[in-house]
Design a protein around this ligand. Structure first.
Ligand code: PLP
Length: 411
């Protein structure tokens, strides 16, 4: 008899997107003529830029020739890409990294999901609420939590509420925690942390021997000065933080798959006997065993993101999405809604009017404006009463959606 990992049974079904699809399809059945606009998408809509495409074409040709063919690549990624990451994403900000501190991967999702494996099952996990669900779900699967309670929270997890009352800035936990997930710019709230705020977390982690798992998948969307792009801009972070980055939202690689994780050799964790071990060595061991690298063609495409043409082309696309974000932001303010985010992130987080439940607002928006977004409660208990819109749609759809909200939505 094979037994299952019963921790999986603690997870509710993938309710959020299934429920959205169900409500949209039922509305469409009743209103076949309605032209529905989706402002809930978390995927990019613009194609890969020409610099990436031509590098990938060339790499395909390399694969066709015995002299330039590549089979299994290095588990940690090709030097040509690792060197670009170090030079362009870190050295340019005064951060120095060794080549063996960068791990190229097939996605920030897999890395943030897998990284918890190298920690003890007994660690206490803290995460911001609302949250990108992967941090929570993977720790549930790993048995680091109890059951899901009536309040929508898993026992054993330390939730760090981020809401209008605390300006979406998490406060340090009152009880001691060991692993802290932070994501800034944040999905879903679209908000960031200042360097001073981030420093408080780094200090906490160092004082308590905790590790920060910092997801900066949206750093390319930061437009304001003084917002840290990397946690390593904060003194002391090299001793306590892992950083996850991705080419997905940076350069449209959501379907192409490429990301990287920084694991400084100075980040240590202990055995129960008190012996310190570098996480870099454990992560390297884990990847060497379970991962066989990102395809050569994809890594050549990612390398091209750093070329002068690649940089100009991706910046144009990011500016396009951020112009959408401004249209949403300005339009919703005009419509009398309270709105957050959208300045340093492609996500906009709005407070539902009149304390409306997130799902009631979903229905209202769908029925009155034929616009689809994402109920905030789907991202955690503190998302209740909020709603997420994204800037990844086309300009035309974004403008039309906002016009409809302004003219049709009764608030
Ligand atoms: N991290 C956050 C916060 C995200 O919102 C997403 C995707 O939506 C990811 C990671 C996933 O990135 P990737 O496409 O590199 O797996």
């Amino acid at each position: 008899m094979a037994f299952i990992n019963e921790d999986y049974l603690k997870l509710p079904g993938s309710y959020l997107f299934a429920e959205i699809a169900k409500r949209v399809s039922s509305f469409k059945n009743d209103n076949p003529e309605a032209d529905i606009i989706r402002l809930g998408i978390g995927d990019v809509t613009k194609p890969l830029v020409p610099a990436v495409i031509s590098a990938m074409h060339k790499a395909v040709d390399d694969m066709a020739c015995a002299e330039t063919f590549r089979g299994y690549g290095p588990d940690q990624g090709y030097d040509f890409l690792i060197q670009k990451v170090i030079e362009c994403d870190y050295k340019s900000r005064g951060i120095s990294l060794g080549e063996d501190e960068v791990f190229i991967s097939d996605g920030a999702k897999s890395d943030v999901a897998n990284f918890q494996e190298i920690f003890s099952g007994e660690n206490i996990v803290a995460l911001t609420d609302p949250v990108y669900p992967v941090y929570l779900d993977t720790n549930v699967m790993a048995g680091r939590t109890g059951n899901l309670g009536q309040d929508g929270k898993f026992d054993g997890i330390v939730y760090l509420p981020c809401n209008g009352e605390n300006n979406f800035t998490p406060t340090l936990p009152e009880s001691k925690v060991d692993m802290i997930y932070l994501c800034f710019p944040n999905n879903p709230t679209g908000l960031t942390l200042s360097k001073a705020e981030l420093k408080k977390w780094v200090d906490y982690a160092r004082e308590n021997g905790a590790v920060i798992l910092f997801d900066s998948a949206y750093e390319a969307y930061i437009t304001e000065p003084d917002i840290p792009h990397s946690i390593y801009e904060v003194d002391g972070a090299r001793e306590c933080a892992i950083e996850f980055r991705s080419f997905s939202k940076l350069a449209g690689f959501t379907g192409t798959r490429c990301a990287y994780t920084i694991v400084p050799k100075t980040v240590m964790a202990k055995t129960k006997g008190g012996e310190s071990h570098p996480l870099n060595k454990l992560w390297n061991r884990r990847q060497a065993t379970k991962f066989n690298g990102v395809p050569y063609i994809v890594q050549r495409g990612a390398e091209a993101v750093y070329s002068p043409e690649g940089q100009a082309q991706i910046k144009e696309i990011i500016a396009y999405y951020m112009a959408n974000a401004k249209i949403i932001r300005d339009g919703l303010v005009e419509a009398g809604l309270q709105i957050y985010g959208g300045v340093n992130a492609p996500y906009l987080w709005l407070k539902t009017p009149n304390q409306m439940d997130s799902w009631d607002f979903f229905d209202k928006l769908l029925h009155e404006a034929n616009v689809v977004g994402t109920p905030g409660s789907g991202f955690g208990p503190s998302g209740a009463g909020y709603f997420r819109l994204t800037a990844f749609g086309s300009r035309e759809n974004t403008q039309e959606a906002i016009n409809r909200i302004k003219t049709r939505l009764s608030i």
